[in-house]
Design a protein around this ligand. Sequence first.
Ligand code: PNS
Length: 164
Amino acid sequence: MPNHNKIAIYPGSFDPITFGHLDIIRRASLLFDTVIVSVARNRQKKPLFDEHEREEMIRRCVSDLPGVEVDSFHGLLVDYARQKGAAAVIRGLRAVSDFEYEFQMALVNRKIDENLITVFLMTHDKYSYLNSTIVKELVSLGGDVGCFVPTHVKERLNEKLRKK
Ligand code: PNS
């Protein structure tokens, strides 16, 4: 029987989630029946928030979006996508500078599993300069990031980065 539940994985570090990520999640949820936003447990990166904190922040942001689930994974993305029965991987593109790395990653993933499709979605241009690293730097230097992340994420950032 054909599978009518089209599942997409939206993987990332989400350290922490920003309005740019949320814009991509909302767009992806219009295209797929189920979007699994999945936090990568990447040992090479030292995140500010552990995976449970990152998952919890994402969950609070997407609770009103039907068909959006939150999870985390380690190991190869293609293995995880296969295990979830996903048809596609979603990645957001902000600027041309993102393209080279994203293209390389998509091609490597396709080499490993040719059935896995990478779908690139363009972020709204008002978020095209935004990333989690800049948000963390702004908070640590006393800046207000209220226009870049939801209020509860901003509070968590302030707790982590301003307590010293
Ligand atoms: O938000 P990020 O840090 O740009 O996300 C990168 C991520 C997590 C999607 C990427 O590093 C990834 O897929 N990691 C899982 C390990 C893997 O499959 N690596 C091979 C990809 S070429």
